[in-house]
Design a protein around this ligand. Structure first.
Ligand SMILES: Cc1ncc(COP(=O)(O)O)c(C=O)c1O
Length: 463
């Protein structure tokens, strides 16, 4: 840990390899964005100066991870790299069965494909979009039961990712294990602002599930960030090593889905963990069909090595201190510039409340998309709308679209990638936009696919 008498928290690593940023002008970016249909997913990465689209798969790997990549055992069956990953997951997560997958959504598809059926309901604090889509693909309902505080962006509350236990208990009593095949908890709660759930709340979910005879699964993408928030914010947890908190937290559940592209500090990969022997057998069979043999699950041996190492590095206290401080630093800068953000700052991202910043743009004109586009045009910074474009729903009766609960723009920080001066630049660009916010106009959708439309929809500025 750093010397406590100095305030500045330095990056706990130094730069060994650099990747040039391609600088562009506003005029060039106007052409590029129009050609991409005003969808930031449509841009080429080299058309972006600072890429805060996602923290997923964008981590800088460590020297030890690269060393693991050289060590990767590429055997089809029984690779030693698999056993290294399995040992790391068993040590930290504690689940009996570990099935690698090519990324988190593959873990979701396999788990739900084997355990969820039509007419059932899977509650969570907030499901992530791929989780929701994978549940709905099984003909089941993905139900969000986050606490009321979690739906108020400006409210400063330490555990806005908590699930509403009273509503969960009511659902479990009404539907029972036949209607609710599992309860999920997304840690941290990405769709709700990267907010953590408390250990107390996770213990409550585990107890409710046990009483009802319903399995409990954690979407563990950002388990280390959630554990560190517990250490920082929950009474009685400050003195515990984060890895111990993580171990307790994860062992409260019967299993997990994991995207190692987040708190695995890897560029790809994921896994399913479970203590259910029969379910594990069914999932292995499905995995063979679409991911590959169960000791590689769609990954190269070198990827398994990178994840096994990353799962420990992500729990390093110096790393987590720097990680949380750098995210909060971005939030502090925006708040000081009068930009409303989801409070308190999340772990992996700052979420701008575009609905509050741009009250003159209605949800039907996608204020988050309008802001994300302007952030790119002004500064070459790529962010991600998490509002009515991503989470708005079509009215089954054919009426007007049902808007999302919040109109957010997410600035996700890749792990160990950007420095303080990059963050200072981001703050300066967005502060400048906030000062002339009245000039921003909404967007309209001109083309969209039937599901997960935010990836490929095309937009146009409103007249
Ligand atoms: C909370 C959460 N769950 C699941 C996923 C899906 O993981 P992947 O992108 O590896 O498929 C993500 C990805 O962003 C996520 O944030």
């Amino acid at each position: 840990m750093a010397e406590p008498r100095y305030r500045t928290i330095i990056e706990p690593h130094r730069v060994k390899v650099v990747e040039p940023i391609h600088m562009t002008t506003r005029a060039a970016r106007e052409e590029l964005l129009a050609a991409a249909g005003y969808n930031l997913f449509g841009l080429r990465a080299d058309q972006v100066m600072i890429d805060l689209l996602t923290d997923s798969g964008t981590s800088a790997m460590s020297a030890e991870q690269w060393a693991g990549i050289m060590r990767g055992d590429e055997s089809y069956a029984g690779s030693s790299s698999y056993f290294r990953l399995e040992a790391a997951v068993k040590d930290i997560f504690g689940y009996r069965h570990v099935l690698p997958t090519h990324q988190g959504r593959a873990a979701e598809r396999i788990l739900f494909g084997c355990a969820v059926g039509p007419g059932q309901v899977v509650p969570s604090n907030n499901h992530f979009d791929t989780t929701r889509a994978n549940i709905e693909t099984q003909g089941a309902e993905a139900l969000d039961l986050v606490i009321a505080e979690g739906r108020q962006p400006a409210l400063d509350y330490p555990f806005k990712g908590n699930i509403d236990l009273a509503r969960l208990d009511a659902l479990l009593a009404a539907r029972g294990p036949r209607g609710v095949p599992m309860v999920m908890l997304t840690l941290t709660n990405n769709s709700g602002g990267g907010q953590p759930a408390s250990l107390d709340n996770i213990r409550g979910v585990a107890a409710s599930c046990r009483r009802a005879g319903v399995p409990f699964y954690i979407d563990a993408c950002r388990f280390a960030e959630n554990a560190f928030f517990i250490k920082q914010r929950e009474a009685g947890q400050a003195g515990r090593p984060t890895i111990e908190i993580a171990r307790e937290m994860l062992r409260l559940a019967d299993g997990c889905t994991m995207s190692a592209k987040k708190d695995g500090l890897a560029n790809t990969g994921g896994f399913i963990g479970t203590n259910d022997d029969a379910l594990a057998a069914r999932m292995r069979n499905l995995s063979i069909l679409t991911e590959g043999f169960p000791t590689y699950g769609g990954l190269a041996g070198r990827d398994l090595e990178a994840i096994a190492q990353g799962l420990y590095e992500v729990l390093d206290e110096s790393y987590l201190t720097y990680r949380m401080r750098s995210t909060a630093y971005l939030g502090d800068g925006l708040r000081a510039a009068g930009v409303p953000i989801v409070e308190p700052p999340g772990g992996h991202a700052i979420y701008i409340d575009a609905g509050a910043l741009l009250p003159h743009i209605p949800s039907s004109s996608y204020p988050g998309q309008a802001l994300a586009c302007e952030i790119y045009l002004a500064g070459g910074i790529r962010s991600c709308e998490i509002g009515s474009v991503m989470l708005g729903r079509r009215d089954p009766a054919g009426g007007a679209e049902i808007p999302a609960a919040m109109e957010l723009v997410r600035l996700a920080l890749p792990r160990r990638v950007y420095t303080q001066s990059h963050v200072d630049y981001v703050v300066e660009v967005i502060a400048d936009i906030a000062a002339r916010k009245q000039s921003l106009r909404g967007m309209t959708i001109v083309e969209q696919p039937p599901a997960l439309r935010h990836f490929t929809a095309r937009f146009a500025p409103v007249g």
